[in-house]
Design a protein around this ligand. Structure first.
Ligand SMILES: [Zn+2]
Length: 429
C-alpha cells in the first residue's frame, strides 16, 4: 500500500524543495542558516514564491517569521497554524524544521487547488519560524516566542560571534527592533497549532513505522554538579582518600540506572577533574547533567532520587556534592483533540493503528503552547539521526506524512462543523 497519488507527487516536490533550501547556507561545505541572516532572507523569498504559487498571501512579521495565509470559507476567520522553523544548527541536515515548513506549504497548496479550503471553518496560516535552534544568538525559539507572546526585549542586546547585536541584525533584515512585540498574536485570531517534524530519535524505525503523534514535549532541567574532595598522592590509602572523581563515576552510573529505570532520558556530556594528574587523586570534579521526562512530576521524582543517591555517595566517599540549576523548562502536553485529529490522519494514511511518542528534543510548540493548543506529527528519520548532515527521510514516509497532515487539518474542520451542527440542533430543540 502507498499514500494517495497527490501525496506521492507532493513528497517528491517536498524533498526537492528541501534540497533547494539546503543551498542557502552561510557554511562553506555544509548547511547553516541563521536568524535574520541574508541566507534566511533568500530562504523566505524562495518559500514565499512557493506559497504564492499555491494561492497563499505572504508577509514577514515583525519578529522575522515568514507567514503564508489561505482563507477558509470566508475571509478573516481564525486560523489553524501549520508551522515549523527554517533556521538550522551549524553543519545541519536538510530536514529538521525545514521539512515541516515545506510540507505545510504543500498541504496548504493542495487544499487550495482542490478547493477544500473553501469549506474550512477556519483559515490556514503556514509559519516558517526564523529562529528555533538559537545558533546565532545563543537563545532558542526566538521566532516562536515572539509569535506566542513570550518575546523578551533583553534578547536584543545579545551579540553573535561577529559582535553584531540582535538589534542591528533586525535593522539589517529590514525590521524595526522596537516593534518585535507586535508579532505577538491574539488568542481569538487562532484555533491551534500543528507541526510536522522528523522524529530525531530511532523509535519509529525500531517499530517499523513511518509516523506517530507526539504526546508531550519533554520537561527538561539542566544542572552543573560539583564534587569537592581533597587532592593527594596516589600513595594515600583508600580509607584516607576524598576522591572526587571516583565519587563522580559512582554518581554518574547511578544517574544512568535511575533514569533508565524511570523511563526518562539523562545525559552527563561534560566533565572536568582537577588538578588532573595521573598520579594525583582528584580533589574536585564538575559535570553537567541534563534530564528530560514526559511530564514534570516524573522529572522531579528522578531528581529527588539522584540527589538522595548523591547524599549517600557524599557520606561513603567523604566528599561534598552540590548542584546548581542552569536551565529548566516544564513539559508541554499536546492537546488531546488536535492529537486525535493527527492520529486519525495517520490511521487513514498508513492504514495502521496510530500511537504517540514523547518528544525529548524541544520544538517551537513549546513557545506556542502558552497561546494555543498544539499537536505534532512525527515522521521517521534514518537511524534517528538529526542535527547532522546525515539526516535522511524517505519519499514514501514523507508521502504518508503529507497525506496524514492534510487529513489532520480536515479532521479538525470536521469536528468544528459537527460541533456547530450540534449547537444549532440544540438551539432548535
Ligand atoms: Zn526542529
Amino acid at each position: 500500500m502507498s499514500a494517495d497519488e497527490w501525496a506521492v507527487a507532493a513528497a517528491e516536490e517536498i524533498l526537492d524543495r528541501c534540497d533547494q533550501l539546503a543551498e542557502l547556507t552561510c557554511m562553506e561545505n555544509g548547511i547553516e542558516r541563521d536568524y535574520l541572516s541574508p541566507q534566511m532572507a533568500q530562504a523566505y523569498e524562495l518559500t514565499a514564491r512557493w506559497l504564492e504559487e499555491g494561492g497563499l498571501a505572504t508577509h514577514i512579521d515583525q519578529a522575522g517569521n515568514l507567514v503564508g495565509r489561505l482563507e477558509g470559507r470566508e475571509p478573516g476567520l481564525p486560523a489553524l497554524v501549520l508551522g515549523s522553523h527554517l533556521d538550522s544548527v551549524p553543519d545541519a541536515g536538510k530536514y529538521d524544521g525545514i521539512l515541516g515548513v515545506v510540507t505545510a506549504v504543500s498541504v496548504a497548496t493542495h487544499l487550495a487547488r482542490t478547493g477544500k479550503n473553501k469549506e474550512l471553518p477556519f483559515a490556514i496560516e503556514v509559519l516558517g519560524f526564523g529562529d528555533e535552534e538559537g545558533a546565532r544568538f545563543g537563545a532558542t525559539l526566538l521566532g516562536s516566542y515572539a509569535f506566542g507572546g513570550g518575546w523578551n526585549d533583553e534578547w536584543l542586546e545579545r551579540t553573535d560571534s561577529k559582535g553584531v547585536s540582535m538589534r542591528q541584525a533586525f535593522r539589517d533584515f529590514g525590521l524595526d527592533p522596537d516593534r518585535v512585540n507586535e508579532a505577538a498574536r491574539k488568542r481569538e485570531h487562532y484555533i491551534g497549532y500543528l507541526e510536522f517534524h522528523i522524529e530525531q530519535g530511532p523509535i519509529l524505525e525500531q517499530r517499523d513505522r513511518a509516523l506517530s503523534s507526539v504526546t508531550s514535549i519533554a520537561a527538561a532541567s539542566r544542572y552543573m554538579v560539583t564534587i569537592e574532595g581533597m587532592s593527594c598522592h596516589i600513595a594515600t590509602p583508600y580509607d584516607l582518600r576524598h576522591d572526587a572523581l571516583t565519587a563522580a563515576a559512582e554518581l554518574i552510573s547511578a544517574i544512568d540506572a535511575i533514569s533508565q529505570q524511570a523511563g526518562t532520558r539523562a545525559n552527563v556530556g561534560e566533565i572536568s577533574a582537577q588538578p588532573g594528574g595521573v598520579n594525583v587523586i582528584a580533589g574536585k570534579t564538575t559535570f553537567s547533567l541534563d534530564v528530560r521526562a514526559g511530564n514534570d512530576r516524573l522529572r522531579d521524582d528522578v531528581f529527588d532520587r539522584i540527589w538522595a543517591r548523591a547524599d549517600e555517595i557524599s557520606t561513603s566517599r567523604k566528599v561534598k556534592i552540590s548542584h546548581t540549576m542552569i536551565h529548566t523548562a516544564n513539559s508541554v502536553q499536546c492537546d488531546p483533540f488536535l492529537r486525535s485529529c493527527i492520529e486519525k490522519g495517520i490511521e487513514r494514511a498508513e492504514n495502521k493503528e496510530a500511537f504517540g511518542l514523547v518528544s525529548y528534543p524541544g520544538h517551537d510548540g513549546m513557545a506556542i503552547a502558552k497561546l494555543l493548543p498544539i499537536a505534532m506529527l512525527y515522521v521517521r528519520c534514518k537511524g534517528g539521526v538529526s542535527h547532522s548532515p546525515y539526516e535522511s527521510v524517505t519519499a514514501a514516509d514523507v508521502a504518508y506524512g503529507t497525506q496524514a497532515f492534510e487529513q489532520a487539518v480536515l479532521n479538525v474542520a470536521a469536528h468544528n462543523l459537527a460541533y456547530e451542527k450540534t449547537s444549532d440542533d440544540a438551539r432548535e430543540a
